[in-house]
Design a protein around this ligand. Structure first.
Ligand code: ADP
Length: 162
């Protein structure tokens, strides 16, 4: 039973995240999405909402589970007896930080591999941050996030969903 953890803040989940997740679910017996409760970052959506969106969008993928975690990722990975951490890579700019993180995680737990999946070209520009910026200015994000997220974002910024 090969288990992978896909960690992130997912504030909120985008179609870019979902694409990585679907592809990872084909490579492992089980993928656990680990949503960081995160005290450092100011998140737009509370952990309960981020988890609710994620659960709604993965409900049709049978080998994907959603959990939240606090503290060190590697402690969560050990607790779940996972074999790998999944990360998505977009531009070169992602690489330096991800490389550092992967090496540190390897130092913390040498038996766990970090697996990088390249973004699909249609989502290469997508991040939760840019989505929030565009919605805050009433821009169209149709097709870039799941519908449940689009509705919640428009409500959050007081734009009615047409
Ligand atoms: P963090 O808060 O750690 O930056 P995110 O929640 O933003 O994490 O993203 C979680 C993971 O998904 C990261 O590995 C990130 O690189 C990846 N990711 C985010 N957006 C995309 C995308 N459009 N295409 C591929 N991977 C992505």
């Amino acid at each position: 039973m090969r288990v992978a953890i896909y960690p992130g803040t997912f504030d909120p989940v985008t179609n870019g995240h979902l694409d990585i997740l679907k592809r990872a679910s084909l490579l492992f017996n089980k993928v656990i999405v680990a949503i960081a409760i995160d005290n450092e970052k100011e998140s737009l959506f509370k952990i309960e909402e981020r988890k609710k969106f994620m659960e709604a969008v993965v409900k049709d993928i049978p080998n994907v589970e959603v959990e939240s975690f606090d503290g060190l990722l590697m402690h969560f990975v050990q607790k779940k007896k996972a074999h790998a951490i999944i990360r998505g890579l977009r531009a070169v700019s992602d690489f330096e930080y991800e490389f550092q993180l992967a090496l540190m995680n390897k130092k913390l737990e040498k038996n766990v591999e970090t697996i990088f999946l390249m973004t699909s070209s249609e989502y290469a520009f997508l991040s939760s941050t840019i989505i929030k910026q565009v919605v805050s200015l009433n821009g169209n994000i149709n097709g870039l996030v799941p519908e449940i997220v689009e509705i919640a974002l428009k409500k959050k910024f007081n734009w009615e969903k047409a």
